[in-house]
Design a protein around this ligand. Structure first.
Ligand SMILES: C[S@@+](CC[C@H](N)C(=O)[O-])C[C@H]1O[C@@H](n2cnc3c(N)ncnc32)[C@H](O)[C@@H]1O
Ligand SMILES: [Zn+2]
Length: 315
């Protein structure tokens, strides 16, 4: 990245529910912590500032640009941080049985990724269709939009965008790409507007919002890693260690809620069995109900609008 570019896209991500999420970890100064989604380093900075020289913070992000920016932002605490440029889905392998005292996940994309038009996430700014959180990954939004079958497109728009006009949008995409490939976010946004603009106006919001969310989730395989990661983190946690998870839409939140409930229940025997034969014991205790951003935060950070925080503690 050249200097000018770097200044323009200074990693300006305002952390959501910063104190609620980090206080929820009960940070011990000499403990070991994991930030699965380091991004601009907002939550990491707060965690690192609560550690002493014996403490350790493992900072994951799959986006190499996020890791570079976080290294700079967190340089005052470089002595206590290990940066790991991997998918958090690999946290179990990467940490290989290290006992940890807490982990935070702040799902989704960062403001930096959204605002930097070149990354191709934005339905407002025109740029090549990309949406990869890690630009070394093989599949981009271009591939999804130009190669998926109509049924495939309908499935992702419905399942990941909760888009009620999925069939209509898929038809318009298929028609448009018969002439030439759909190359940019602007083109895709216009196609969606043509398909459902008038109808979507009634729902409020940008007509292409749900389509872009769906394609982004597909490109990055965002939902499939959540449950296995929560399970792996729970195994790594020392007793009394905490998990703090922030989600931004109902699909993510449902997975977190259900996985926490499963790990809190332990036993997976069918309800009709009179006694437990699986022998699985509860591993997590849920801490409080779902936590929402304060009115203050909602006023100053519109990105916090749909955020939900869930906390759990290892038994
Ligand atoms: C909402 S931002 C995190 C912001 C951060 N908490 C802060 O305070 O600046 C989400 C970040 O997580 C990263 N990310 C999303 N899914 C990931 C995954 N499966 N593995 C690793 N990083 C991921 C994204 O690249 C992005 O940088
Ligand atoms: Zn059982």
């Amino acid at each position: 990245m050249d200097k000018k570019h770097e200044e323009k896209f200074e990693f300006s991500h305002v952390p959501v529910m910063l104190y609620e999420a980090v206080d929820g970890l009960n940070v011990k100064p000499d403990g070991k912590y994991v930030d699965c989604t380091t991004g601009g380093g907002g939550h990491s900075f707060e965690i690192a500032s609560r550690l002493n020289a014996q403490g350790r913070l493992f900072c994951f992000d799959r986006d190499p640009e996020a890791i570079e920016a976080a290294k700079k932002r967190l340089s005052p605490y470089a002595d206590r941080i290990t940066f790991i440029n991997r998918n958090f889905g690999e946290v179990g392998d990467a940490l290989d049985g290290i006992g940890i005292d807490g982990a935070i996940i702040d799902l989704g994309v960062s403001s930096y990724q959204l605002d930097n038009a070149e990354r191709g996430f934005s339905y407002i700014k025109d740029a090549p269709l990309d949406m990869r959180m890690n630009q070394n990954d093989p599949k981009s939004a271009y591939d999804v939009v130009n190669t998926y079958s109509k049924e495939g497109l309908i499935r992702i728009l419905r399942d990941y965008g909760e888009e009620r006009f999925a069939p209509k949008i898929a038809s318009y995409i298929i028609n448009a790409r018969e002439n030439e490939p759909i190359k940019t976010t602007g083109q895709l946004s216009e196609i969606v507007k043509k398909a459902i603009g008038a109808m979507a106006a009634k729902d409020g919001g940008h007509p292409a919002k749900r389509t872009f969310q769906a394609i982004r989730i597909e490109v990055n395989g965002e939902l499939a890693v959540i449950e296995p990661t929560l399970t792996a983190l729970t195994s790594l946690l020392n007793p009394g260690g905490r998990l703090s998870v922030i989600t931004f839409h109902s699909l993510e939140d449902r997975i977190v809620k259900q996985t926490f409930a499963k790990l809190a229940k332990g036993c997976t025997c069918p309800p009709k069995l009179p006694i437990c034969v699986c022998g699985k014991k509860p591993q997590l205790e849920l801490i409080s109900k779902v936590i929402l951003p304060s009115d203050e935060e909602l006023k100053i950070n519109s990105r916090s609008k749909s955020a939900k925080l869930r906390l759990a503690e290892k038994i």
